[in-house]
Design a protein around this ligand. Structure first.
Ligand code: UDP
Ligand code: MG
Length: 310
């Protein structure tokens, strides 16, 4: 039954202390398969690449692609997919938050016919209250705007069949949000559940500012509904403006009452409110214009400094 080739791809950014513990656990799990382990170093500046190179010397199945600089987690993953030769490709984080021990379960699910197997977090116990809440809002928003359902509580720990990987490789767009792209073609998919552990060494590379950026990327990469939202907001505020004018005129000309001069507060409110709405709408449009701009520049997704064991 194990006559397939398994590729494991691991994006790493300054994870020097995590590599060896990860490999120890991972190798134990995958040794019964034909496999390759591809580390993609996303411009690491610590000893990460050195540690991986040492391991790669001992075992040719351990491979390294290192980027010239940091291109981001999603690009590192994408480079992994582009280089993976497997019939089946599993991606996981390097910090041991994704337990390699469930990989055989994911493979079983794949052998039963699933083309995408998501590892889904059973509970978010180790995450802070803040991360839980923001994640909740993010997935709600994402699924509200997205045309295809994007599963909740799954990260980038997943198994993909070669077919899905080929789909990703064939894309002409910049792969900004793989979680969405994987869901988009709607291949048969299933879930395997796991408990997310604490990061082994180091700290997260996703502080709030990066999380907000990631969320905006995700939302705008998957839908143009926010643009429509801007139009709706415009309609709504215009409607209220017209309503106010009608009511006020009626009071003044017909009822001969009203406060034309003392209305400073309402006027001020209207200006500030409309200013805010306009800024939001311009921001939303800017988000998309920026994407179009980057897309037509056609710059490479990443630049490779070095490849080992390929
Ligand atoms: N990572 C990366 N490039 C980056 C940031 C992170 O390749 O710019 C890698 C990182 O080494 C880890 C994975 O992506 O293997 C997930 O990052 P992290 O654990 O910091 O995110 P979190 O689990 O906190 O969301
Ligand atoms: Mg992590």
């Amino acid at each position: 039954m194990n006559n397939f080739f398994l590729s494991i791809i691991i994006p790493v950014f300054n994870e020097e202390k995590n590599i060896q513990p990860l490999l120890k656990r991972l190798l134990k799990v995958v040794k019964k398969y034909n496999f390759e382990i591809i580390f993609v170093s996303d411009g690491s500046t610590d000893k990460t690449e050195e540690v991986i190179k040492n391991e790669a010397k001992k075992d040719k199945r351990i491979k390294l692609i290192s980027f010239l600089r940091n291109f981001g987690h999603q690009m590192a993953l994408f480079a992994g997919y582009e280089h993976a030769k497997g019939d089946v490709v599993v991606s996981l984080d390097a910090d041991l938050q994704d337990p390699p021990e469930i990989i055989p379960k994911m493979i079983e699910a794949w052998q039963k016919g699933a083309k995408v197997v998501y590892a889904k977090r059973e509970e978010r116990k180790v995450d802070s209250f803040f991360k839980k809440i923001t994640a909740q809002i993010f997935y709600k928003l994402l699924n509200f705007v997205s045309d295809v359902p994007i599963p909740k509580d799954v990260g980038d720990f997943r198994l993909l069949d070669k077919k899905v990987v080929d789909f990703l490789k064939g894309l002409c767009e910049k792969p900004r949000f793989l979680r969405g792209l994987v869901a988009w073609p709607s291949f048969p998919s299933t879930f395997v559940y796991f408990k997310r552990e604490k990061r082994l060494f180091g700290k997260t590379h996703y502080p709030l500012s990066k999380m907000v950026n990631f969320a905006l990327e995700g939302i705008t990469a998957f839908s143009i509904k926010p643009l429509r939202l801007a139009t709706y907001l415009g309609f709504l505020t215009s409607f209220f403006a017209i309503l106010t004018i009608i009511v006020k005129s009626f009071q003044h000309f017909v009822l001969k009452q009203g406060d034309w001069l003392p209305g400073w507060a309402s006027l001020f409110f209207a200006i500030v409110f409309l200013g805010g709405v306009q800024l939001i709408t311009i921001g939303i449009i800017g988000e998309y214009v920026g994407k179009i701009y980057q897309e037509i520049q056609k710059r490479p997704n990443y630049l490779v400094k070095e490849k080992i064991n390929f």
